[in-house]
Design a protein around this ligand. Structure first.
Ligand code: AMP
Length: 279
């Protein structure tokens, strides 16, 4: 695997690859890689002849400085995992390689940015768009692979691509879970053994919501049931459980074409998110 720390280095290498006919699949990450990330790499390898992974803990998308500080950064283990997965290129820049001081950025994507995660993490999606747009400019991917785990993020990036007419195709990949249902996340390493047990309530609530929808229960009743289930779990503080239209992320109606249930909760000191597509 080729490893680059500079924009210039990776750009030059990828331009050469494109010039000889390769197409590029791109998997942006913040590292602390797990099976979820590696499933994106695998998906990218199905479509692209050169697969690029970036590892960059992007400061502009953190609204909590403590969260940024304690974000795991096991770079040596990450490199080993990428090598093993057969990734072709790693781009791992330092903060000052990506940002020249206090840059300003704002892209209006309407309400999408302010709903759900946006309400609990103000400014988060502006930071995400800022860094992903920069990374797209550097890597110039044909395809970019994002996880359904961050469902709202996929919708936000989709909006950015469409509003800025970016020449990249977005691929959303399924959520990888532990055998017990817990959605894999870099933040899971902060969970204590007790937290790990309590955290299972999130995937349980989502699975039950999907089953109840199949059975024909109404959306409000499903949401109330899930809320009650999560709220009764010790050590768990529910932030939201919403059943929404899969495109607008506004509350779903029975005739919404796509319907997604999204949840966020604090389990111990760790904030977790998860979701399921229920139609
Ligand atoms: P992160 O490093 O958390 O920014 O995640 C990088 C990418 O991996 C994002 O597109 C995430 O949605 C995706 N991802 C994170 N966790 C999972 C998972 N459990 N399954 C599939 N994709 C995931």
């Amino acid at each position: 695997m080729k490893i680059f720390n500079t924009r210039h280095g990776v750009q030059q290498y990828l331009q050469q690859q494109q010039a000889v006919g390769h197409n590029i699949g791109f998997v942006p990450t913040m590292g602390a890689l797990h099976q979820g990330h590696l499933s994106l790499i695998k998906q990218a390898q199905q479509l692209a002849s050169v697969v690029v992974c970036s590892i960059f803990v992007n400061p502009t998308q953190f609204n909590d400085p403590k969260d940024l500080e304690k974000y795991p950064r096991p770079i040596d283990a990450d490199i080993e995992k990428l090598e093993h997965a057969g990734c072709d290129v790693l781009f791992n820049p330092a903060v000052n390689e990506m940002y020249a001081g206090n840059e300003s950025w704002h892209l209006d994507i309407g309400r999408l940015e302010h709903l759900l995660e946006g309400e609990f993490r103000p400014g988060h999606y502006q930071g995400v768009m800022q860094v992903v747009n920069k990374l797209f400019t550097i890597v110039k991917p044909d395809w970019a692979f994002f996880g359904q785990k961050d469902y709202q993020q996929v919708m936000v990036i989709n909006q950015m691509i469409s509003r800025l007419n970016l020449p990249v195709k977005l691929v959303m990949c399924p959520i990888e879970r532990e055998p017990n249902g817990l959605a894999m996340s870099s933040r899971n390493i902060h969970l204590t053994p007790d937290d790990r047990v309590h955290a299972l309530v999130l995937s349980r609530a989502l699975t039950q919501a999907k089953a109840a929808f199949k059975k024909g229960d109404d959306l409000l009743a499903i949401q109330q049931q899930a809320t009650a289930l999560i709220s009764s779990e010790p050590g768990t503080l529910l932030e939201y459980f919403e059943i929404v239209n899969g495109e607008t992320l506004l509350p779903a109606t029975p005739d919404s074409r796509g319907i997604v249930a999204l949840v966020a909760a604090r389990v111990g000191n760790t904030r977790l998110i998860d979701n399921v597509i229920i139609r």
